[in-house]
Write a protein that binds this ligand. Structure first.
Ligand code: 5GP
Ligand code: ZN
Length: 113
């Protein structure tokens, strides 16, 4: 998607502070962190929202979840972390390229649910 900010980050057209990259996924720090540790994990493939995911996306979505703990630990989330996927207008999604937020660190975030 040529006008997608996260596709541009994948393509290296917009710089990012990378946490992890392989052929399927990219993890990078959020530009406006909401916690001491705040990074995003995205599929390199442009999937607009979680509601657009299809069975063919299961491997990449599984990889994102399977990598989350390791990357969070690596970034300093020793005591756990919060995982958020905002979906669509009601879900307060701002960037329409599927991403998983990883939030952690020492600052208490407070209960959300
Ligand atoms: P959403 O509300 O869509 O779940 O969250 C989008 C997130 O992307 C926000 O936390 C925002 O700070 C982050 N973001 C938006 N533009 C950029 C960017 O150009 N670079 C980085 N690293 N993060 C971005
Ligand atoms: Zn995209």
């Amino acid at each position: 998607m040529s006008n997608c900010i996260f596709c541009k980050i994948v393509a290296g057209e917009i710089p990012s502070r990378k946490v992890y990259e392989d052929e399927d996924i990219l993890a990078f720090h959020d530009i406006n962190p909401a916690a001491p540790v705040h990074f995003l994990i995205i599929p390199k493939k442009h999937i607009p929202t979680l509601a657009d995911a299809t069975p063919e996306d299961i491997p990449v979505l599984g990889k994102i979840m399977a990598m989350a703990g390791k990357l969070a630990q690596q970034e300093g989330c020793a005591d756990g972390f919060r995982t958020i996927v905002n979906t669509g207008r009601v879900g307060c999604q701002e960037v329409y390229h599927l991403h998983v937020h990883i939030l952690g660190g020492t600052q208490p975030l407070g209960p959300m649910l």
